[in-house]
Design a binder for this molecule. Sequence first.
Ligand SMILES: Cc1ncc(COP(=O)(O)O)c(C=O)c1O
Length: 361
Amino acid sequence: MGFVPPPYPYDRLDELGAVADALDGGRVDLSVGTPCDAPPADVVAALGGSGSERGYPASIGSAPFRAAAAGWMRRRLGVDVDEGAIAACVGTKEFVASAPQYLHLRTPERDTVLYPAISYPTYAMGATLAGCRAVAYDALDDIADDDAQRALCLWVNSPSNPTGELTDLGAAARWGRARRVPVLSDECYVEFTWDGPPRTILEHGTDGVVAVHSLSKRSNLAGVRAGFYAGDAELVHYLREVRKHAGFMVPGPVQAAAVVAYGDDDHVDAQRARYRARLERMRAILRDALGIDVPMPSGSFYLWAPAPGGDAWQLTKRLAADGGALVSPGEFYGPDGAAYVRIAMVQPDDRIELVARRLGL
Ligand SMILES: Cc1ncc(COP(=O)(O)O)c(C=O)c1O
């Protein structure tokens, strides 16, 4: 049988969404990780002032776009990357979903995408869309030799969506280099690292590794679709050339806005404070109202909450029915996540307080 797209995970919450909607004040959506806070006004203004509408934008990203990305990595991540080894993507989801097919075209004798067992679903979907094998791993040491030999790439995601854990990126880079497997490091939550400074795989050199970055979370710009990938010069060159042919282009006005966003860190520091406070507040709500102890994540804006009795759907239903809060059962991120729920801190404080009141606090 041909490919039938599986139900989109969040569509499976429609019924519970209706339950939450029925409460006075409506649903408080903490399921999809879509930012709710405003992007900086000058970034939004730049969308309208670039004069770049009439011509095709550079698929690889304009020179100012790539310079802004390089400057941001230098300032915030402490790494110097050549602007020739940086290229734009239309937000990072399309890059995650499409990279395996391009790697497979180049290396047809390899057919496997390795990805963390509890993770953002698009890593596995990228393998499926390429007609390749998606093989989940718990730890690098557990990856079978045969799977490593067949691997087109290894995905890492630090801080992790959904667990908030940090990965040993140096170990991942070494693992890939030893086996000649490209390591793709999704770092879209890097500036929401709580345990220590932000970390990038590029600290460990660029050979055989590509870091993937997004403005969606950093600057509350999920709606404008901008990100970039950077690292191994040869791999970035291959991907940017093939992606030119495929027609991937970040719109010119978006590239202009991205330059402004990557040039400013103050708004990100303010956003960090907001997420941190919401994470702490929601931890207190879960503890005081439901007796659930959730650790502070090492990074990201998600709480990864153990469900009482390991029953994530029951906790999801309870939060929807009693709190009007929509959250994501952990199975959305792989079978190993089935005993947890993910709670995204993407609602304003007054909406989170509404959940607290509904739960009796
Ligand atoms: C781990 C991870 N990677 C990539 C993305 C995609 O983000 P975008 O396509 O908006 O850059 C997301 C979005 O939620 C994510 O959680």
